[in-house]
Write a protein that binds this ligand. Structure first.
Ligand code: ADP
Ligand code: MG
Length: 593
């Protein structure tokens, strides 16, 4: 094919692809326009998961009738005129692309009236073709209605996730903006249901409950730190509240949501040694820095930025965040008379302002090794009980328990130290999987016996999580849980799997929701195994729990009976073996080293 210029239609669809990836991206652009217009009230209406209708109405400054047509052209903006201004950007928009892009992949209607004008105007754009602007009587402000998104780009439609996922994306996005702009009244209606309504009274805590649910919102710690070079505010979770991934760490930089692995790493580092391996905090943080210290023009959706001095931002964020969980990590109660309270984790944390804790920012920023440390699913989680050679452990003789966490046992070839938590996790997991495997695929009933709770327990969730949990209730039944919707956002746990009878029902339900939120995992069996592994982890005896001799013995023999006794379902070892040979060498009875 000879080289030729693309038609403007194709060119604009290609360009639109960068900005408008899914319904939530349309919502984001329209929200940002409303905020830039100074709106203090923004209503969002979604139908058909955003594919049928996305409407954003604001009470901002409006667009004059003679500017409507130009507003929907590519590279048209009222927010910037020279390139130098790019480094002093105070508005969210500046690329002048959103309306043009959205208009080229949908049927868009723009209705607007500036404050000082008597009548408003309306303009329709269909697949990039703009009609003529005509007068119309409307309230002050702007309404952008986007219908039939991607109707002319069927390939895009195919890439959209399930309606539930797309709706959830919109929920999350709007809730986060509502938190970033607490002085603005947000209303989000999806499929004729009120998903979010904020008062706009400036109180962030109120919005926090919409994001996380009442219970978690109450526990979140407030962060407020910095100077004129870097100001950080927002919320982070206490060390007792964690997630299996970093997805709940969100940043706004100068009022715009930013994805930046280095910033998330800074938060994770702030919790250094305070969280279990593979667990991550929740955080929503608002970073304010001088506009000239950040380049916002590096990504079409403005989702990434480049910092002039990323090193000082990184350390600034880490140190500010660190102070909050430190201040709130409970110090073990040791009785009244005791003045000195040891805090074992203090050693590993440099005191604020000290330079002893040197960091190499390059390795910090690029060495993303611990990012998303979900263990590989194939090997440890699903011990394929038929194919793999069964890796038995030898018969063990119990010697005792150490530090209320490890069992000491003797085997024919030396000493075994068994991690009681990991071991119990493995035992529960294999029992659970064995029962689960008996279930008939098509039957509605579970093969997992349920045990009714003496006292049913109620658990609260954020609106988004609650909707998802409602959809997943049948899965819970299969796993031996009896859970029902009790009120808006509230669920009643009536029964738990009898295998896990000791489990805290609320903790179990939260773990399940967390797992469901890990959407779109390919293999169903793997998802189930993952979920089961997580609840077994919850139900297993903890380190620090004193076990009777009988319990210790039972745990060892249960472990001996497992198919893959040497690791927990998440791949961590259940035992350490010190061979007689090793002992002899260590005691200098044989060889030199
Ligand atoms: P950008 O936001 O990057 O300037 P857009 O394509 O999103 O580009 O919007 C183009 C222009 O249309 C904006 O610069 C602004 O002047 C006007 N505009 C868009 N939405 C609104 C709104 N809700 N209220 C007032 N003006 C708007
Ligand atoms: Mg814009």
């Amino acid at each position: 094919m000879p080289i030729h210029l693309l038609s403007s239609e194709v060119a604009s669809q290609i360009a639109a692809g960068e900005v408008v990836e899914r319904p939530a991206s349309v919502v984001k652009e329209l929200l940002e326009n409303a905020l830039d217009a100074g709106a203090i009230k923004i209503s969002i209406t979604i139908e058909g998961a955003g594919q049928r209708v996305i409407e954003v109405a604001d009470n901002g400054c409006g667009i004059p009738i003679d500017e409507l047509a130009i507003a929907v052209e590519r590279h048209s903006t009222s927010k910037l005129s020279t390139a130098e201004e790019l480094f002093r950007i105070k508005s969210l928009g500046f690329r002048g692309e959103a309306l043009a892009s959205i208009g080229s992949v949908s049927r868009m209607t723009l209705t607007s009236r500036p404050e000082d004008v008597a009548v408003g105007a309306r303009l329709r754009v269909e697949g990039g073709q703009a009609g003529k602007a005509g007068p119309i009587g409307v309230p002050q402000g702007t309404v952008v209605r986007v219908e039939d998104l991607f109707y002319n780009v069927p390939a895009r439609r195919k890439f959209l996730k399930s309606d539930t996922t797309e709706r959830r994306q919109i929920d999350k996005l709007v809730t986060r903006y509502a938190l970033a702009y607490p002085q603005v009244r947000f209303q989000l209606r999806q499929e004729n249901r009120n998903n979010l309504q904020t008062s706009g009274n400036g109180d962030r805590r109120e919005v926090l409950a919409a994001l996380y649910g009442v219970e978690i919102a109450r526990q979140m710690l407030e962060v407020l730190a910095g100077d004129e070079r870097l100001r950080l505010s927002g919320y982070i979770s206490p060390t007792s509240l964690t997630r299996a991934n970093r997805r709940e760490i969100t940043f706004f930089v100068n009022g715009r949501p930013i994805q930046d692995p280095a910033l998330s790493t800074a938060v994770v580092k702030a919790y250094h040694t305070m969280l279990m391996v593979g667990r991550y905090p929740l955080a929503i943080l608002f970073l304010e820095i001088p506009p000239e210290a950040v380049d916002v023009n590096v990504h079409p959706t403005k989702a990434e930025v480049r910092f002039l001095d990323s090193r000082s931002i990184f350390t600034g964020v880490r140190d500010a965040v660190r102070r909050a969980p430190l201040a709130h990590t409970p110090i073990p109660e040791l009785g009244d008379q005791l003045v000195w309270t040891p805090r074992p984790w203090v050693d590993s944390i440099s005191p604020a302002g000290s330079s002893t804790h040197r960091m190499d920012p390059a390795s910090e920023l690029t060495g993303e090794r611990d990012l998303e440390t979900r263990p590989p699913l194939s090997s440890p989680l699903l011990p394929s009980q038929t194919e793999l050679p069964v890796q038995r452990v030898p018969l063990l003789r119990l010697v005792g328990q150490v530090a209320s966490a490890y069992l000491v046992a003797e085997g024919p070839d030396g000493l075994y130290l068994v991690d009681q938590h990991a071991a119990h996790e493995r035992v529960l997991f294999e029992r659970f999987m064995a029962l689960h495997g008996l279930a008939d695929e098509n039957s509605e009933r579970s093969a997992i016996p349920a045990q009714a709770l003496l006292q049913p327990v109620t658990v609260d969730f954020s609106p988004a999580s609650a909707r998802m949990l409602t959809e997943q209730l049948p899965v819970l039944v299969k796993l031996g849980f009896q859970v029902e919707l009790f009120g808006p956002g509230t669920f009643l746990v009536r029964a738990v799997p009898s295998l896990l009878s000791g489990i805290d029902p609320e903790a179990a339900l939260r773990v399940l929701v967390e797992e469901f939120e890990e959407d779109e995992t390919p293999l169903k069996a793997e998802v189930e195994a993952r979920i089961i592994a997580r609840i077994c982890q919850r139900a297993a005896v903890k380190a620090g729990q004193v076990l009777s001799e009988e319990e210790q013995r039972a745990l060892l023999s249960d472990l001996e009976a497992c198919h893959s006794p040497r690791t927990c379902p998440h791949g961590r070892p259940t035992m350490i073996h010190l061979s007689v040979d090793l002992l002899e060498r260590q005691f200098g009875r044989r060889g030199s080293r």
